[in-house]
Design a protein around this ligand. Structure first.
Ligand code: NAD
Length: 422
């Protein structure tokens, strides 16, 4: 599905939620961003040549607080995609109850083709051009595709030079390294948040047995950390996938072991046997065809890789009873309708993966107060906020007799409406 179709379909779904909850005036406000900032940046390369890079920042809505959202560095940045991501950031913050609006931005660049020095220069001149539009009370960027804590630290440093206050500048951006204004627990926050809401869901539906069979697509930051947490809590990780391979084993995998294999041999299925000792039981472990992991029998399916992986084409073949949508937009709106009719419970992305932005909020608070929290405190507060958001989404779904995604949209729209009418 093209991104524009996806945006149009997502907007249709959001409109449905707005009609149900009589919040169409809010929907009309959100569907177009408040501000679109676009510019070209000339960067002097190491060889002396100059190259232009297209940059943008989309500020969707700031009714609840300063704009908040990631910055991506990618050669195929699409303005419509960023507009939709900015809108969903507004909704995500509202669902969790964060005092933030939504934004997204980025630079059309393949960072792998730049030297580290060029990347730093590009980030710094980008910050200078954007400085007027961002700030701790205006717009707070964060990492996204191909951007990381080091890049966030460069932004904070450059912004500090502009406002001539390094300490105050820390709160202009989140996702910084610990020790440079970053928060404890940020790396695993998205996975932790997903685990908290999954636990709440299992309680609500009365699933008590142990050893739930789990499939995880994506073995990066979110997929790996969540696999680890689930494994440690007695869930059985029977299927794993990264961009190259899909593996299945009904006896279950130890994610740390698979990560070790991936690190040493580059592949999650790089098992081998030496004499009679195998580093995995080959009798059960086997490969799947691409995207087949999604359709394998299991209790819980967790997409943690790409958008649009569950579509109207495969939704009727999904066998899991619960889908925890950790990847943004993993399920298309049409697929969601099919899953809903099949009584498969979907915990929507704007709730399931909101742990990251929630700990970003904690980081911002720590920077503003100059008081830094322990990891225990971060996790405790994260748990409280995720559980509260889950309970509110659940109640909204019951009230409107609808699925959890529509309920999350309704909750967000209602919170924004309430704030505007204050
Ligand atoms: P990542 O880059 O660390 O990991 C992505 C993983 O997906 C990698 O293991 C990659 O091999 C795998 N992958 C790529 N293509 C695949 C394919 N076709 N089939 C199976 N696996 C494939 O990214 P991440 O930070 O873990 O983010 C994953 C998803 O979660 C994204 O949709 C992201 O937007 C969303 N998300 C992440 C965060 C966060 O804090 N990292 C927060 C909110 C949402």
């Amino acid at each position: 599905m093209g991104q524009i179709n996806f945006l149009a379909e997502s907007l249709r779904q959001l409109k449905k939620a707005a009609v149900l909850s009589q919040t169409t005036a809010i929907f009309n406000r959100l569907k177009k961003p408040q501000k679109v900032i676009k510019f070209n940046l000339p960067l002097k390369l190491d060889d002396g040549q100059t190259k232009n890079f297209w940059c943008a920042r989309i500020q969707n809505n700031n009714s609840l607080g300063p704009y908040k959202g990631g910055l991506r560095y990618h050669p195929q940045i699409d303005l419509d995609e960023m507009k939709s991501l900015a809108l969903f950031m507004t909704l995500k913050s509202a669902v969790i109850g964060l005092p933030f609006g939504g934004a997204k931005g980025g630079i059309k660049v393949d960072p792998k083709k730049l030297s580290l020095k060029e990347l730093e220069r590009l980030t710094r001149i980008f910050t200078r051009r954007l400085a007027h539009f961002i700030g701790p009370q205006k717009d707070i960027p964060a990492p996204d595709v191909n951007t990381n804590p080091t890049i966030m630290a460069w932004i904070a440093d450059e912004y500090g030079k502009i406002i001539k206050n390094k300490k105050k500048a820390l709160a202009v951006v989140t996702g910084k390294p610990v020790g440079k204004g970053g928060s404890q627990g940020r790396k695993e926050a998205t996975a932790d948040g997903g685990f908290y809401v999954l636990k709440e869901l299992l309680k609500k539906i009365g699933w008590k047995k142990k050893n739930f069979r789990v499939l995880i697509q994506g073995f990066g930051n979110v997929g790996y950390n969540l696999a680890e947490i689930l494994f440690k809590n007695g869930f059985k990780i029977i299927g794993l996938a990264d961009s190259r391979n899909e593996i299945i084993d009904k006896k279950g995998f130890d994610p740390a072991h698979i990560m070790q294999i991936k690190k040493s041999r580059g592949l999650i299925d790089g098992f081998y046997c030496r004499a009679s000792v195998c580093d995995h039981d080959e009798k059960w472990h086997r490969h799947l065809l691409k995207n087949k992991i999604l359709e394998h029998p299991a209790d819980i399916l967790i997409p943690c890789a790409l958008e649009n992986v569950i579509t109207k084409k495969n939704a009727h073949r999904i066998k899991a009873k619960i889908i925890l949508e950790m990847a943004n937009g993993a399920i298309t709106p049409k697929a969601l309708n099919i899953l809903h009719k099949r009584k498969i419970i979907v915990v929507p992305d704007i709730l399931a993966n909101a742990g990251g932005v929630t700990v970003s909020y904690f980081e911002w608070q720590q920077n503003l107060t100059n008081k830094y929290w322990s990891k225990e405190k971060v996790l405790k507060k994260l748990g409280q906020m995720m559980r509260r958001a889950f309970a509110q989404v659940w109640q909204t779904a019951k009230k409107y007799k609808t699925d959890l995604k529509t309920a999350a949209y309704i909750l967000a729209l209602e919170k924004i409406k309430k704030n505007i009418n204050k």
